[in-house]
Design a protein around this ligand. Structure first.
Ligand code: PHE
Length: 339
C-alpha cells in the first residue's frame, strides 16, 4: 500500500493543467471529501503497527504534494490570465511599425527654411486671421487702392476690418513693428485668396516670404541672396529679374530661374522657354518701413515671396494642386523616401 501511495505522490508531482477545471478535478480526486486521501486515511487503522509510522508519513507527504500542486497551478493559471489580458502572448514576434511620411509641403518648406537659416535668417510666424492694417494698409495699400484687387480677399463677414491673410507679408509688418534692424527673417505660412479652385490654383496655399533690413542694403544684395537660394534649392544658378509691380516694394521684380530644356518635362514645365517664374521680390518701399516704425532714411531692405505649393508640384512632378489638401494616404505615402 505504501508503494501505491508513492506512485500517487509521483503522479501528483508530475501533474500539469491547462485550465482551472482540470485543477479542480485534480483537487477533488486527491483532496475531495470522497477523494484518495480520505480513502487511505480510512485504511490507517488496518495497517500493521510497525508500518504505521511510514504509512502516516507517506500519506502526509501525499497530502502536502497534492495541496502544493493545487496552489501552484492555480497561481500559474491566474498569472497567465493577467498576462494575456495586458500584453497578449509575450513570446509572439513584434508587429512592424509603419514609417510615416512628411507632407510634400512640409518637405519643401523645411528645405527653404534650412537654406535661409544658413545665411542668418530666422523664422517668424503670425496669425492667419489678420486685420486690414497688417495685410494691406501698412504695406502701402491704403483703403480703395486698386492694387488690393491683385489678391482676392476673404473677409470675415461681420467685420470688414478682419480678413484671412492673403500673403505672409503681414507677418513681416508685425516683425518690423516689434524688432529693430538689422532684420533677417523668413515667414512661412498658409494664406488664403478667393480664387476658383482648379488643378493649378487653390483658395488656400502656402508661402515663404523673406525680409532683410539693414543699413545700405542694395538690389545687388537681393540678387545675390536669390541666386544663392536657387542654387541650393534647385541646383540652378542662372536667374533673371523681370521688372514688375508690388505696392510694398520699389523697384519690384519677378524672379525667373533658368531650368533648361533638356527633357520633355522641362519643355512642359517652362512652356518651351526654359525659364520658370518662382517668386516676386523688390526693395522695401520706404513708406512701408516708416509705417512699421523703421526710419527709411537710415535703413533700407529687400523682400521676396514665393509659393511653396507650386515649388512642391514642380519638384515632385505632382499634376494637381488639389492633391496637396485631400489627405489621400495613397498620395501621401509616396513621400516616404523624401527628407
Ligand atoms: N506678397 C507678395 C505676394 O503674395 C509676394 C512678394 C513679397 C512680392 C515680397 C515682393 C516682395 O504675391
Amino acid at each position: 500500500m505504501i508503494d501505491k501511495l508513492k506512485e500517487l505522490i509521483a503522479e501528483a508531482e508530475a501533474f500539469t493543467a491547462q485550465s482551472k477545471d482540470e485543477v479542480e478535478q485534480f483537487r477533488i480526486k486527491y483532496l475531495g471529501s470522497k477523494g484518495l486521501l480520505k480513502e487511505y486515511f480510512a485504511e490507517f487503522k488496518n495497517v500493521a503497527n510497525e508500518q504505521k509510522k511510514e504509512f502516516g508519513q507517506t500519506i502526509n507527504q501525499l497530502k502536502k504534494t497534492a495541496e502544493d500542486k493545487v496552489n501552484a497551478l492555480k497561481e500559474a493559471l491566474e498569472n497567465q490570465e493577467e498576462d494575456n489580458g495586458l500584453y497578449g502572448d509575450l513570446s509572439r514576434p513584434g508587429e512592424p511599425i509603419a514609417l510615416g511620411a512628411r507632407h510634400p509641403i512640409s518637405i519643401v518648406k523645411n528645405q527653404i527654411i534650412d537654406i535661409f537659416s544658413r545665411i542668418g535668417f530666422n523664422v517668424s510666424e503670425g496669425p492667419e486671421i489678420e486685420d486690414d492694417w497688417h495685410n494691406f494698409t501698412a504695406l502701402n495699400l491704403p483703403e480703395y487702392h486698386p492694387a488690393r484687387d491683385m489678391q482676392d480677399t476673404f473677409f470675415v463677414q461681420t467685420n470688414p476690418d478682419i480678413l484671412l491673410r492673403t500673403h505672409t507679408s503681414s507677418v513681416q509688418v508685425r516683425y518690423m513693428e516689434e524688432n529693430k534692424p538689422p532684420i533677417r527673417t523668413i515667414s512661412p505660412g498658409r494664406v488664403y485668396r478667393n480664387e476658383a479652385i482648379s488643378a493649378r490654383s487653390h483658395c488656400f496655399f502656402h508661402q515663404v516670404e523673406g525680409l532683410y533690413i539693414d543699413k545700405d542694403v542694395s538690389f545687388a544684395d537681393l540678387k545675390q541672396t536669390l541666386q544663392y537660394f536657387t542654387t541650393e534649392m534647385f541646383g540652378k544658378s542662372k536667374i533673371r529679374l523681370r521688372p514688375s509691380y508690388f505696392p510694398f516694394t520699389e523697384p519690384s521684380a519677378e524672379v525667373d530661374v533658368y531650368w533648361g530644356l533638356e527633357t520633355e518635362t522641362d519643355y512642359k514645365m517652362t512652356k518651351g522657354t526654359g525659364w520658370l517664374e518662382i517668386m516676386g521680390c523688390g526693395m522695401v518701399d520706404p513708406n512701408v518701413l516708416d509705417n512699421c516704425g523703421i526710419d527709411s532714411k537710415e535703413y533700407s531692405g529687400f523682400a521676396f515671396g514665393m509659393g511653396i505649393d507650386r515649388i512642391a508640384l514642380l519638384l515632385h512632378q505632382i499634376s494637381d494642386i488639389r492633391l496637396l489638401s485631400e489627405n489621400d494616404v495613397r498620395f501621401l505615402e509616396q513621400f516616404k523616401s523624401a527628407l
